[in-house]
Every structure is written in C-alpha cells, then in structure tokens.
Design a protein around this ligand. Structure first.
Ligand SMILES: [Zn+2]
Length: 664
C-alpha cells in the first residue's frame, strides 16, 4: 500500500542510489544513511538525499537527465493541458510521482520525479495503452501541479448528484442519515470530506454553503477572494447543513435561529479547526465555515511582510512595560495574525499574559486565553475586569467594541500593563480620534495610547507568470499625487501576473501585509489631550517617515510584489469621511467605484470566469470599458485549451467585509 511497494517488487530497475554512488555524486556512507532514514520516514530516496543535504535537487535532476538520456522538463514553465494530465488518474499519478505532459498521437511524454522507476513506467504505459517517453521533473513542482490540476470540483459535483438522487428516491430522515452505522459510506459524508480536502488543497480560509432559490452555491475564499461552484442539486442543502450542525454540536432541529459551533477535522494529515456559523435565510439555512490550520504555526514579526524599519519601531512599542498598542483594519485584514506574532515574541516565562478573544483562533502555550461567550454574559468588559485581578503583565483584548471596554483597557494601560487590542478603524491616523468618539476622555487616550498599526492584505503577484507592467500615463498622474514623482515616472519595477496554471489563471498567489504605523509622541499626545482632531491629523500626516497604507502599498507595487489594481482596492477601503484625507484619496475612490461596477458585472455573468484573468487594472483615472463584464487579457485567448476546466465555478473578487467596505 505504500508508495515504495511497486518499485521494490521490480528487480530489473536501475537503482538510483547505486547510480549516484557509481558516479561519485554521493558516497556509499551517505547512501546507507539516506536508506536508513528512508526506512523510518517512507520518503523517496531522491527526496531524502536532497533533504539530508547530500545533493541539491538541481544537480540530481541534471544528473538523471544526462545519465538516462531523458529530457528535463521545468514544470514551472510548462503549459499543462489538464485533459492530458488527467489521462492518468490522480491516485496513480501521485503513487508513481508521474505527470502526463504530452499526448503524441499514440505515445505519451510523461514526467517522472524518479525516472529510474521502470515498474512505474510499465504500469503507466499499460494504463495509457501506449508507449511512454520519459522526462525528468522536480518532485516539488510535480506535487504543486497536481494540486492545481486535480481540483475536487468534478468529484464534488458527482457526489452531489448521487446524493441528490438518493434524497429524491425516498424521504430520508436526515438525522438518521448523519448518525447511521454506515456513516463513512454515506454520500453526504463523502461530499463533505471531499469539500474539505479541496478547500485545504487550494488553501481556502472559508467555505460557504448557500442554498439559493433553485441552486446550491458552494463558495471558497482563496487569498481573500470568493470562488464559486454552483450545483443544481439544491435539495441536498438540508442534508449537508444537518450533517455539519451535528459535527459542530448544534441543535439540528432548530432551523429558525442562527447557531455557531466548532469541530476539528483531519485533512491531508493536517489538523484543521473548523468554526461554523449557521444563518436562516429565506431559502433555507446557510452555513459559513472558517478553517484554521493549527499546524501552520505563527510567523515571527519579521516574516509578516512589514518593512524592516517598521518592525523595529513596532517592536519598540510592544516591548514597553505599559501602554496600549492597537492594530486596526477591517475583518480579514490579518490584524489577528499580527497580534499573535507580537504575543509569540512577548511570551516568556517572566510575563503573565491573558487574552480575551472572540473567538480564540490559535491556542498558545503558557498564555491564559479566555473565550467570550455572550450567551452566559461573558463579555469583553466583564472578562477584562476579572483579568485585571489576575495579576497580568500583558493583556490582549480581541476587539474593543464599546466605550466600557475601551476605557477599562486604556486605564489598564496607564496603570502598568501592556494592552494589545484591535479596532475596526480604517487607518492608523483616525484611530485615536475614534477612541475619543467612543467616549474615552482625550487625556486618557493621550496618556495610554503608544502606537497604532493599520493593516491590510493585498494579493501577491504569482511569481511564475509575473511580467513587467509599467504604469500608463493616467496611472502615472495618479501615482504622482500620492508618492514622489521619481517613483511615478520611472515605473519599471511594476508588474502584473499574466495568469498561468500555478495561479489558476488569476495572476495572483498568496497575500502580503500592508502596514501603516503611527507612534504617539508628545506632539501628538498634546493634540489628543486637547481633543483637537484636526491638529492631530495634520501633525500625524507630516511626521517624518510616516507613510500611509496607500503609499506603503505603492512601494510594494513598485517592487513588483503586487499590482496597482490591488493598491486601488485597499485604497478604496480607507475611510473617506475626513476631508483632509479625502482630498488626497479622491482619485482612489472614483477608481474604486469603477472597480465595484466591474465586480458586480463579473459576478452576474455565468461563465468559466474562474479561469479568466482578474479584471483589467483599474486605476485612478481609468474607467472600465463598457462590457468589461468578462475581463480578458489580449493574447490570452489561445490559451483557452490550457485552462483548468472548472466549468461551474465563477470568480467574484472579494470586496467588502467590514463597515469600511460600504460604498457611500
Ligand atoms: Zn501565475
């Protein structure tokens, strides 16, 4: 059953290890060591040798290619045809570490991570019913390619169909179905398992199950953007929801009230914490699940994408023995992760740390984490009072939503505690005044508040298909209003992703944090004490070295890490109710409104839009052309055949989550 079995049975195979030793690529001792390790871990020999540092994978690939006289194919550059790759079923592809690259009319070019595996070659030739030409490929690239090509979309559709038929046949008692003895065989269980596997495979943060009038929508948030799969088996929705409610320990007969719960699943050898929330809609209960991968760990502050100089300043603020440090931004801006990074750094035996959270997202050793529970009146303010009697050095308040919490927090910060918290404000500068608006006295804010970090996430350009994209005249004019002219005019660092297999043709892969850090010095504290909001704003913006979120985002775009389109997107989330600010950002808003128009149009078009490139880069003064509803990039039509065939999926850029996203 293991990966190694098929090869060990084939005596005729050339042994990779012996080949390497004969050619003095590794020593016999190194081979023995690697074989011993391999026994323990079950990993492939090639990978083991690379991991042990005996050979680098580039040298290994070159060696194999020369020695066996087979071509080396770089999968990162290769344009796959999913239908060709799928000639070999996923299980076999994964077992043999092989990928079908070309259908050569009767014979096939197949990439192998281990091209010495003759058994695999024979088996594959048998399955494909044609001779196999061998190429060598890097194993890590091969596995990444599988994750893109073998999405679970088809499987999800077919199990949904099966479940739909089963439910049509008879009126099944849903609770029975969920708890029955043959539960692992039930289509509803398999469907959910496949759904979770797909979500984890593509790195989705949330899964939404939404019954509509005639269809069932399953949407996954990937890098902040929802991708949608529409199923016609609307009737399976109650079965899915019931099963999930059961897993989350909820009352399955209560369908009229919202509920929330959690459960843990194991997917692809990872432990995933799932937090689910149900909501009664007019078409039935909808469920949203947030997936938290506990195995991913917390990044250090210098690895979250903050510029070096800012890390230094932020560290200075969190290492003070008292005072308040706030991280702000809408939901999904990464502020919780940043606070956890800070906590991980502060978490030493000599400090007592208490967190008050809703919900507790990651469990941290040594830290006393308290989960808010409104049902039993365990509120932020209430727990905070208790926490202060527990002799803490550092307190993290998940969110300051009301005057009472803010005020107790500020007083705690003034009386010798370091208080970390978040606020739903849009930028660092407006945050201090928001505290005063919430009813906190100006003198208290002035004395206690040390620093405010505003944060957003922008999508990172896919490194595989990044290409230069110098800003056009309009964009330059817009840039010049925000950053210095030099940067705007010499725009050769700017890039965009043209779209490839690795990024699902979106041009983006992963996300990066964008930050704005404001430290409250005497000058700013003075303005706060007098509750002079205008003076505070003016002084804050003129601090040497201060850069707004938009400016920091432009820096990232100028380095080719994100696009101007993404800069515009976060620019639009920044609160514009302040007149000094709106003057600078007015161009951004109009572009954002334009972008919103494009977005709405895109969402409503039933097409294979998942595979389409992102909407054209909307910028300060550019309005999207009429009919921009199905954005395409010139020169990409020919790649149609290479696109992933996820027909029922749609692509709808995620825009607003927090109150900030509301268009005026
Ligand atoms: Zn790409």
């Amino acid at each position: 059953m293991t990966d190694a079995q098929p090869t060990s049975g084939a005596r005729k195979r050339i042994r990779l290890g012996d080949l390497l030793v004969e050619n003095r690529m590794i020593t016999a001792q190194q081979l023995d060591k690697a074989l011993a390790e391999q026994k323990k871990t079950g990993a492939r020999l090639g990978r083991m040798l690379v991991e042990l540092g005996y050979i680098d994978d580039h040298a290994l690939l070159g060696f194999l290619s020369r020695q066996l006289n087979v071509p080396h194919v770089d999968l990162r550059q290769f344009q796959f045809r999913p239908e060709t790759v799928r000639r070999l079923p996923e299980t076999l592809s994964r077992r043999f570490r092989a990928i079908v690259l070309e259908d050569r009319k009767g014979s096939y070019l197949v990439g192998f991570a281990d091209p010495t595996d003759l058994f695999a070659q024979d088996e594959i030739a048998r399955v494909l019913q044609g001779p196999v030409q061998v190429a060598v490929v890097r194993e890590s690239d091969l596995l990444a390619a599988f994750d893109t090509v073998f999405r679970r979309t088809d499987e999800i559709s077919s199990i949904a169909e099966e479940l739909g038929e089963e439910l049509a046949d008879s009126d099944i008692d849903l609770a029975q179905l969920a708890m029955g003895a043959d539960v692992t065989e039930a289509p509803v269980v398999r469907l959910l398992q496949t759904l979770f596997e797909d979500a984890v495979q593509v790195g989705a943060s949330d899964v939404h199950i939404e019954p509509d009038e005639t269809v069932l929508r399953i949407r996954q948030r990937i890098d902040g953007v929802l991708q949608e799969q529409v199923m016609k088996e609307r009737r399976i929705a109650p079965a899915l929801v019931s099963r999930l409610k059961l897993m989350g320990g909820l009352n399955i007969s209560e369908k009229r009230l919202p509920q929330d719960g959690r459960f843990n699943i194991r997917v692809r050898e990872r432990s995933i914490d799932v937090r689910l929330s149900t909501m009664p809609t007019i078409h039935g209960e909808s469920v949203v699940m947030r997936l938290l991968d506990q195995s991913q760990g917390i990044l250090g502050l210098d690895r979250i994408g903050m510029p070096e100089d800012m890390v230094r300043r932020f560290r200075r603020a969190i290492h003070r023995p008292h005072g308040m440090v706030l991280v702000t931004g809408p939901t999904g801006s990464g502020k919780t992760s940043t606070l956890y990074s800070a906590l991980a750094e502060l978490n030493v035996a000599g400090k007592k740390i208490i967190t008050i959270e809703d919900p507790v997202e990651y469990r941290l050793p040594r830290i006393n984490q308290v989960q808010i529970n409104f049902k039993i009146n365990l509120t932020f303010a209430g727990v905070l009072r208790t926490a202060l009697r527990q002799d803490p050095d550092i307190i993290l308040i998940g969110e300051m939503r009301d005057q009472e919490t803010a005020e107790i927090g500020l007083r705690a910060a003034m009386t010798g505690h370091l208080v970390l918290s978040t606020l739903h404000t849009n930028d660092a500068v407006s945050t201090a005044n928001r505290l005063i608006d919430m009813g906190a006295p100006g003198y208290l804010v002035a004395t206690s508040l040390d620093a405010v970090l505003a944060q957003r996430l922008v999508r990172r350009i896919c490194p595989n298909c990044a290409e230069p994209a110098p800003p056009d005249a309009h964009e330059r004019a817009w840039l010049a209003t925000l950053v210095d002219l030099q940067l705007a005019h010499d725009g050769h660092g700017f890039k965009r992703g043209s779209g490839c297999m690795q990024c699902n043709n979106t041009g983006y892969k992963g996300r990066i944090g964008v930050f704005e850090l404001l430290e409250i010095d005497d000058d700013l504290a003075d303005a706060l004490r007098r509750s002079d909001a205008a003076a505070f704003h003016r002084r804050a913006l003129s601090k040497p070295g201060f850069r707004t979120l938009t400016q920091t985002a432009i820096d990232l775009a100028a380095q080719g890490l994100t696009t101007l389109e993404e800069v515009v997107r976060i620019g639009g989330e920044i609160d514009l109710d302040d007149s000094t600010y709106s003057a600078t950002l007015s161009t951004v808003t109009s572009a954002d409104a334009a972008l919103a128009t494009t977005t709405n149009a895109t969402t409503s078009v039933p097409s294979i839009a998942t595979t389409s490139p992102p909407s054209p880069p909307a910028t300060g003064t550019v309005t999207p052309p009429a009919g921009a509803s199905t954005p395409t990039t010139p020169g990409r039509g020919s790649e149609q055949a290479n696109r992933l065939e996820l027909a029922p999926l749609e692509f709808s850029p995620h825009r607003d989550r927090g109150p900030s996203g509301q268009q005026s």
